[in-house]
Design a protein around this ligand. Structure first.
Ligand code: MCA
Ligand code: AMP
Length: 494
């Protein structure tokens, strides 16, 4: 396949050319031009070129961006790790993905779960011969994995979605078409770099266009104001970020002015509530547009830059994405475009992942016989094709802060606490997070139940802080049906 990053290839070929001097990445006060990125990523690529698969300690820093670009230049699949992951989650990901080494910034302290891996430090100031590592063409074939991104299911530990190079290229080019996204755009965001949204869209997206990205390190409205008033043209965020923006707007005219001047404000990873859409539109005169994607499919639909920014919808299928709604049987297509017939969204196209690593069973279950991927998201279609997501099939998947979290993985972690005899986890509406995680536990000793903080720390230490329960209810017993299955709907309505 041709280069994923033409501007970088150009900078490699001509280190003194115009392309080489264009800004590529900025994190705080550290930045790299395309020439500098080429000069630091190419030697790193040469160094890791023989590795089978590499892990990247994916802090929100320049180092992570350089590491992933180096892996892509080398044709070596990268597994981004959440640096806040707890021991059992990291242990699972490392055992499952079996990387041969981990790339980290020189001063990163790596946890015990990574102790068995060889470590290569990422030195963003190191330069080598500005030549391409010229990896074997075999390594750069379309179907070969670019990234393995771990994503939660309803039960069990996260699964590694294997994302091939063609899916990355396809999705980014489809978004370029939908958003009129060019090398002149300057993106600002504060998303984590171990998921599709922050890493593929937020870092690889600008690099594929030959444009630039300014990462905020951590999301803050002050950073959004600063960057959008200082030349940035686009903002990406999850609904929680737009909610916080909407909350700040009444007292922050500079933020309103900065947003009003942006070319495109894009929200994704979960539904942006209508109330936040309206508050932002009123204060800035600008509409946030939504796009809909998934780790396994990358991006499926979007409101187009030249289309009607219809709030409450995720727009229309992107170029090259086949989208259908199906009836309960999962195979009969819903023909209606009436804004009310609900069906499961299924998609096909070059934007899709190839498989779940080491999980042929899960991969097979995710596709229909004729190759449609079952998203589990439920939607209706307006007469002109705009898609409205109305819910999801599995109640055991929770979206909190834009992170997908499986109830089962939290239940398994809670049960490991000596003070917990039984546990069930649900999501409930939360104005800031979309949904908050609620744990329903039967304590081992009803007189002395573990505190909410203790259970939150327990889950954060094993899994990740964003998976911690925010509310804990104590019960004498979990409601079960005749088969012994926990009746979660009864819990949520208590
Ligand atoms: C709190 N913290 C703890 C504990 N409690 N740490 C350890 N143990 C505890 N018990 C820490 C947290 O780590 C964090 O640290 C701080 O306290 C506050 O945490 P929290 O309140 O949970 O979150 P927040 O900082 O308020 O974060 C809100 C957020 C975040 C910034 C919106 O949720 C976020 O970044 N979401 C993005 C999710 C995302 O990118 N999803 C994409 C996947 P500290 O303050 O130091 O940080 S979906 C996707 O990719 C698909 C393809 C798509 O469609 O996009
Ligand atoms: P993840 O598995 O973490 O990649 O999250 C993918 C899921 O996020 C999808 O299956 C949807 O449920 C949800 N999602 C992503 N974008 C949107 C959106 N704009 N509106 C509603 N849900 C979304």
């Amino acid at each position: 396949m041709s280069s994923l990053f033409p501007a970088l290839t150009e900078a490699l070929a001509d280190p003194d050319g115009t392309a080489a001097h264009r800004p590529a990445l900025r994190f705080g006060d550290r930045s790299l031009t395309y020439g500098e990125l080429a000069a630091t990523a190419a030697p790193l690529a040469a160094r890791i070129g023989e590795a089978g698969r590499i892990a990247v300690w994916a802090t929100p820093t320049l180092e992570t961006a350089v590491a992933v670009v180096a892996a892509l230049l080398a044709g070596v699949p990268a597994v981004p790790l959440n640096p806040r992951s707890g021991g059992s989650e990291l242990g699972h990901i490392v055992a499952d993905s079996a990387p041969s080494l981990v790339l980290a910034a020189p001063d990163d302290q790596l946890p015990a779960a990574l102790a068995s891996l060889a470590r290569v430090d990422i030195d963003v100031r190191a330069t080598g011969p500005a030549t391409s590592p010229a990896p074997d063409a075999r390594h750069l074939a379309d179907e070969l994995p670019a990234l393995v991104v771990y994503t939660s299911g309803t039960t069990g530990p996260p699964k590694g979605a294997v994302i091939p190079r063609r899916a990355v290229a396809t999705t980014l080019d489809a978004l370029a078409d939908a958003w009129r996204w060019t090398g002149d755009d300057v993106l600002v965001h504060g998303l984590p770099l171990f998921h599709v949204h922050g890493l593929i869209l937020g870092i690889l997206g600008p690099l594929r266009r030959g444009g630039s990205v300014r990462h905020l390190g951590r999301f803050e409205t002050a950073g959004v104001t600063r960057e959008l008033s200082g030349g940035a043209t686009m903002l990406f965020g999850v609904p929680t970020m737009y909610h916080r923006i909407a909350e700040s707007l009444p007292d922050d005219p500079a933020l309103a002015k900065a947003l009003a001047g942006a070319r495109l404000l894009v929200s994704g990873s979960a539904a942006l509530p209508m109330h936040d859409h309206e508050r932002i539109a009123r204060a800035t005169g600008r509409r946030v547009i939504e796009r809909y994607g998934m780790t396994e499919t990358l991006m499926n639909t979007s409101v187009r830059a030249d289309g009607e920014p219809r709030a409450g919808t995720v727009g229309v299928p992107l170029p090259g994405v086949e989208l259908r709604l199906t009836e309960e049987d999962g195979t009969t297509a819903v023909e209606a475009y009436d804004g009310e017939t609900v069906g499961e969204i299924q998609v096909r196209g070059a934007n899709l992942f190839t498989e779940y690593l080491n999980r042929p069973d899960a991969t097979a279950a995710a596709f229909t016989e004729d190759g449609w991927f079952r998203t589990g998201d439920m939607a209706v279609r307006d007469p002109d094709g705009y898609v409205r997501i109305v819910g999801r099939k599995a109640t055991d998947l929770i979206k909190s802060g834009g992170y997908k979290i499986g109830a089962g993985e939290i239940e398994n972690a809670l049960i490991e606490h000596p003070g917990v005899r039984e546990a069930a986890v649900t999501g409930e509406p939360d104005a800031d997070l979309g949904e908050r995680i609620v744990a329903w536990i039967v304590p081992s000793d009803p007189q002395n139940p573990p505190s909410t903080a203790e259970l939150a720390d327990h889950v954060a230490d094993r899994l990740a802080p964003h998976k911690r329960p925010r509310v804990v209810h104590h019960l004498d017993a979990l409601p079960r049906n005749d088969m012994g299955k926990i009746m979660k709907r009864a819990l949520a309505h208590d």
